[in-house]
Each structure stands twice: as structure tokens, then as C-alpha cells.
Design a protein around this ligand. Structure first.
Ligand code: G4P
Ligand code: NA
Ligand code: NA
Length: 195
């Protein structure tokens, strides 16, 4: 997606070989025009997939999910992060280990909003090691709904989450794919270096 790549080149910052800072348009300040284009792009790709629900994880997944939900005319369920989980009726939970933060957290959704007849598109901002995506898949699987695919805005291919998911047969759509990062440089897959 060209508009997104341009944004990453002009406003993103590769902090080191692992982390791309996109606080200027996605994680802190949010660009609504870009979010709308992202929503249109995901909707275009999943138009014929029969999506009935979008599932995302708070907080940075919400904006692109909402725009996609608007385009597809479906509701968005936001999985919540909880440090400790007090057992609640109808609450489904999954463990997610973050390599970045080196901590385990619990994510949860209410079973009230996803049914076994639903066709779900999972959306998140980053796909790194894929732990968040796996956690979201685990939650959706507990509802017996069908997972049609996972849409991410930025995939960091060197962290292999996307490769692992695709190897399992999961459809993964990434709007920007990054082959590697160097301090101050973003190298997109199959492309020249951008400084
Ligand atoms: P994983 O799920 O793929 O294994 O990733 P990881 O645990 O490493 O990610 C933890 C958090 O860091 C997630 O956000 C994820 O979106 C984000 N993240 C991963 N790599 C990058 C990166 O290169 N740049 C930026 N900006 N974020 C990255 P989160 O903690 O859930 O936060 P948020 O959704 O509230 O923003
Ligand atoms: Na994030
Ligand atoms: Na995230």
C-alpha cells in the first residue's frame, strides 16, 4: 500500500534493528485519512470473504479496525488486556507473551459478541513475533467462529510471526512488509533502501 509506505518513510523512525516507531500516525498521534485508506484496503481485500465481525486488540488496533468495519458494515470487537483476571461469566481469555516487553499478559473478550456462525477478520497494527495474533486466534477459536484471515498494517518479516501463521495455513494480509530495519533505515521487502 503506497500511501502507507510513504508515511512510514517520511514519518516513521527505525530506532534500531528491531523497532519501528510510528507514533506520528499510528501509535500515539493517529492520522484519520490514512486510517480511512487502510480501512478501504482491508475491506477491498476481504470484500468477498463474508466477514461478519472484526476482532482486534486494544489500543492501536482499534482505529484501523473501526475504519475497516465501517467499510465492510460490520461491528468491531476489541479484546481487552488485563494484568490479573478475576473470573467472570462468559469471559474468554488467552495468554499472550510479549517478547518486546518480556512479560505475559491476559487478553479477553466476552463470548456475548462473537458467535459460532461468525466469520471473523482479525486486525492488528504490528505483526512481529505473532504472539498477539495467536492470542486473538485462540480467543476466536473458543467461540467456534471461523477465522477468515489476519490483517496487519505493518509486518516485520524478520521476526517470523507472519511466516509461522502462513505455514499453519492462516491467511495473513500485511499492508506494508518490512524485510529489515537499521538505525534510521527501513528496508521494505523486495525494495530499495529508504533513509
Ligand atoms: P508480537 O505480538 O508480534 O509477538 O509482538 P510483541 O509482543 O513484540 O509486541 C508487543 C507490542 O509492541 C504490541 O503493541 C505490538 O503491536 C507492538 N510492536 C511490536 N513491534 C513493534 C514495532 O516495531 N514498532 C511499534 N511501534 N510497535 C511494535 P501493544 O503493546 O499491544 O500496544 P498498543 O496496541 O496499545 O499500541
Ligand atoms: Na503497538
Ligand atoms: Na498492537
Amino acid at each position: 500500500m503506497e500511501e502507507l509506505k510513504k508515511k512510514i518513510i517520511t514519518e516513521g523512525k527505525a530506532l534500531n534493528e528491531e523497532v519501528l516507531k510510528v507514533d506520528a500516525f499510528l501509535n500515539h498521534q493517529i492520522d484519520p485519512v490514512l486510517m480511512k485508506q487502510i480501512g478501504e484496503e482491508f475491506a477491498e481485500r476481504y470484500r468477498d470473504a463474508g466477514i461478519t465481525k472484526i476482532v482486534t486488540l486494544e489500543s492501536s488496533g482499534i482505529a484501523p479496525s473501526l475504519m475497516t468495519g465501517m467499510e465492510l458494515g460490520v461491528e468491531v470487537v476489541v479484546a481487552r488486556k488485563r494484568k490479573s483476571l478475576t473470573l467472570q461469566e462468559g469471559l474468554l481469555s488467552a495468554e499472550v507473551y510479549s517478547f518486546t516487553k518480556q512479560e505475559k499478559s491476559t487478553i479477553c473478550i466476552s463470548s456475548e459478541f462473537i458467535h459460532d456462525t461468525d466469520c471473523v477478520l482479525i486486525i492488528d497494527d504490528f505483526l512481529a513475533n505473532g504472539q498477539a495474533a495467536l492470542g486473538l486466534m485462540n480467543l476466536v477459536e473458543q467461540t467456534k467462529a471461523t477465522i477468515e484471515g489476519i490483517g496487519v498494517i505493518i509486518e516485520k518479516q524478520f521476526q517470523h510471526g507472519g511466516k509461522n501463521l502462513r505455514n499453519k495455513g492462516v491467511r495473513v494480509d500485511a499492508l506494508a512488509q518490512i524485510e529489515r530495519l537499521e538505525k534510521g533505515k527501513v528496508i521494505f521487502t523486495d525494495e530499495e533502501v529508504h533513509i
